[in-house]
Design a protein around this ligand. Structure first.
Ligand SMILES: [Zn+2]
Length: 368
């Protein structure tokens, strides 16, 4: 039952056929765990709090820094040096006094995962490192909780729903954390503040749909490119020998994932147009893959490339030698980084992304 004040607060939800009072009651009874109160966690916590999810638990061990604020607007300048979870709790309680917010000022580790995961209806991963992502995934599988996961890199972001109604998990797609040298996500490459806002809001939307049992983006990952103003999706399948969620699972209890994410510089996985030109003129040229969409080839195409669109990058490169040198290019050098990341996950070992993409290449070398 809702008080008069709550009825007033949620009246626009009540008007929606798919929510009404009964849906709002479901939200009020829901318990959601949000891990990470940074760029993704800011919109996730704000919108789920505003939507009336009755119990939010926030987990983060970091404090607010001035350089966070351009992308983490749940916090504010007055709260610099305060724990992010307390800063966020303070804001949420001002926004919606009708919900309960629990703040845990710790990083999500094995102990915490063991203790709290079973209490929630849903877990939302808003972290930015692979050791946390894999631990959260494993905890969600072992405690049978749906997981909404978001990630960003430079001008691109993605959202996936894992372990929902026995669907695929993160390890079905990427059985192990990727090798350190091929982890652009960990690079301090800068981020446009609005991007995590968009991706976090998409996570919040999927979370609400799970709680209300409306359709979700099951068995696919939604990819957003801000520079191109485009959304694409690629399919996720349950892997029959997934190490954690299949009948052949080898991971049956939670353990710490020691995968140090080095702060790689972009240089480690990018190749310049001049370096590529030199290699192509040499005796052992690399294979060059163009990962743009079919429609983009009509505008420009380099004769020496193999075409595999980003959405098919793992399937379309299945038959290639995993150890050969491969350079991937797209239009401007952003999607190709996603492409090499996806290819690294399926075992490719010698990958580079062409910096500046086909735009940079044709500016200097024309349409060779
Ligand atoms: Zn799995």
């Amino acid at each position: 039952m809702f008080s008069k004040e709550e009825k007033n607060f949620y009246q626009r939800h009540f008007l929606l056929d798919d929510i009404q009072v009964s849906g709002q009651e479901k939200l009020k009874k829901s318990k959601v765990l949000i891990i990470g109160l940074g760029g993704l966690g800011s919109p996730v916590a704000t919108y789920l709090g505003a939507a009336g999810v009755g119990s939010l638990t926030l987990v983060d061990g970091d404090v607010v820094e001035a350089s966070n604020l351009h992308r983490q607007p749940i916090h504010n300048y007055q709260n610099i040096d305060k724990y992010k979870v307390y800063s966020a709790k303070e804001q949420l309680e001002k926004l919606n006094p009708f919900i309960e917010v629990e703040a845990i000022n710790k990083h999500f580790d094995v102990n915490l995962a063991q203790t709290i995961t079973s209490k929630f209806d849903l877990v939302i991963d808003c972290t930015d490192n692979f050791s946390a992502r894999y631990l959260i995934n494993d905890a969600c599988v072992l405690f049978n909780k749906p997981l909404v996961s978001g990630a960003i890199y430079k001008f691109e972001g993605q959202v996936s729903v894992y372990n929902y109604k026995k669907g695929p998990c993160l390890r079905c797609l990427y059985p192990k954390p990727p090798s350190d040298s091929l982890v652009p996500n960990c690079a301090q490459a800068g981020v446009l503040g609005i991007l995590p806002g968009i991706i976090g809001n998409l996570q919040a939307m999927e979370a609400l749909k799970i709680l209300l049992n409306l359709g979700v983006i099951q068995e696919k990952t939604l990819l957003y490119n801000a520079l191109e103003s485009s959304f694409k999706s690629f399919g996720l399948r349950k892997h029959k020998s997934c190490p954690v969620c299949s009948s052949k699972a080898t991971i049956t209890k939670l353990t710490a994932i020691h995968k140090e994410c080095k702060m790689n510089t972009l240089k480690e996985f990018e190749i310049s147009i001049d370096q590529l030109k030199e290699k192509l003129d040499g005796t052992n040229p690399p294979l060059v893959i163009d990962c743009r969409e079919h429609s983009e080839l009509e505008v420009s195409r380099l004769s020496f490339t193999k075409h595999v669109p980003l959405g098919e990058i793992q399937i379309g490169t299945e038959d290639l030698d995993k150890d050969q040198e491969i350079v991937v290019h797209c239009r401007s050098g952003v999607r190709s980084i996603t492409a090499i990341n996806l290819m690294a996950q399926v075992g490719f070992t010698n990958l580079k992304s062409l910096a500046g993409g086909i735009i940079a290449w044709t500016n200097k070398y024309g349409m060779e």
